[in-house]
Design a protein around this ligand. Sequence first.
Ligand SMILES: [Zn+2]
Length: 335
Amino acid sequence: MDELLREALGEIAATSTVAILKDVEVRWLGKKGRLTSLLKELGGLPPEERKARGQALNALKQAIEEAVDIRRGEVTRAEAEARAADERIDPTLPGTPVAAGRLHPLTRVVDEVEDVFERMGFHILDYPEAEREAFNFDHLNIPADHPARDTQDTFYLPDGNVLRTHTSPGQVRAMRELTPPFRAIFPGRVYRCEATDASHEHTFHQVEGLMIDRSVSIANMLSSMMTLLEGVFRRKVEVRLRPGFFPFVEPGFELDLRCMVCGGSGCPVCKRSGWVELLPCGLVNPNVIRAGGLDPAHWEGWAFGLGLSRLVMMRYGIDDIRWLMAGDLRFARQF
Ligand SMILES: [Zn+2]
């Protein structure tokens, strides 16, 4: 008996995992285990020997069971500890950097402009960049012999359409689509076939704004412009209004903004003048109202075409328009 017990305890102590311990347990205590076979043999013994041997075997069985239980506790704990050590988080390890995306400064300013105008009750509309020549020019009171149509300024597409040279076609489209009175802005990308420099780019951004009502005023237009500019710059801005001729407005104005890059002392963005031409604006020409399908005897409007790229440059102090479309990540990461 002692021999058997020593053997069993030795095997149990040598186990290192719960699975191996289970094998040992089955080998000794299972249905076909060594101890079970010995217990089965009891029946063949003479009655006087049976009792003593039975007691001894049962004591042995109990001792093995206890040893298995204790060992199971030990290896279970050891396994759990090994697993924990394996999975432990080391907070001192350097992390994996997450590359955060950023909004392009143009996107940011467009969002701000849309926000300001939405609060003033404007619709925000989107119109095609490839535009019919009629919408880009004729309906805006720009006659066929106007120099703006020159191929040096306009990209003509093979199908006879043009890449819109301004966002103004939205004026006529909006008048045809919406029921007056209404107010709307149309932000978007425009194209000019011209040489590029610090303040000229072949692809740039504008926001067109239009308000149509029974009666509108220059004062109302100016106050909307000031709300916009102060909303974007978040401080007082200085503007001046000059008479300007644009075929689609009558009277027309040129709204200049005191250069926010140099503060008025002169820089490449303001061409050393201290002022930046920010937007043409004015009362909508009756011919354009007519092209929009409305009767100029009953409806008036004011409109503006804001140079969004210039506005972005003023807002962030960018001194070369070409950065905006350059796709240079070193530029984009600064915002
Ligand atoms: Zn300047």
